[in-house]
Design a protein around this ligand. Sequence first.
Ligand code: ZN
Length: 290
Amino acid sequence: MGINYSVGGINISTVSLDFEEASNLIIQRARQLVNKLIEDRGHNKPPFLPEEFVRLQGIKKIVKSDLGDVGAILLRFHDGCVIKVNRNHHPVRQNFSCAHEIGHALFSELELGHYIRSIECRTFNPQARDKAREKAKERLCDAAAIELLMPEAVFKKYLTGFGVSINSVEWLANIFKVSIQAAAIRIAEVSEEPCIALFWQPWPKNKFKGLRLAWRVGPGRKSRGKDKYMPLHTYVRPPSTLHKAYQDSSFVKSSRLFKCDNAVKRLPMESKGFGRGETRYVVSLAFLNR
Ligand SMILES: [Zn+2]
């Protein structure tokens, strides 16, 4: 595959263009692996597991091991690669970690380092630049992992069947063997109906009072500009519908103010609490056109 890249692009537009190009390339390559897998096994039913992809990418095996805080590592030997994955992590996290390492193998194969090397920072601090490049590389491997585990076309088909709702997040996570967060992000990315996925965590952790927005993912690339929507308040004190979602097992409907540029708009939202004890959190979907 021919690779065109610009050298020493210092301005930000060059950087983001390079990143978009690299991201398209790695996703395309992940899609080729998915198509090969579907062809080999004769059906496109999820889940799509890393164990099925490693052989296609020439990776010898996946070994479960104690890795401390590390999710997985890709070890390169003269006769091929091996993925070591943290056996103490939840199975869905292991799936994502392995798929991310396959992403690293694709990154090397496509020589995407060229794109990353063109990333410069406004500062001349070499450490900040290296960090920015490292972060970009990890994001590319995540993008590949998401495409491998939740291939866009198949995921969209299931999402259309279930309809876009907070309950679908749980169903899709179970079917595709991914985390609730990963399924919520994928819904926001590929849904035909524009929606935003939001992840709320108790804050402060030791003396839980409110729920704080940890991250949000806006609608996919097609709906330009709409990904700017941010909740007006990113810290919510009790009592609130979000706290009800945090405490109960059923999902909660509400609405919330979002700002986009200088405008403020009220959007309908569905929220549900997941996880237990200290790691419990709330995921919401906010709908832009309802
Ligand atoms: Zn990585």
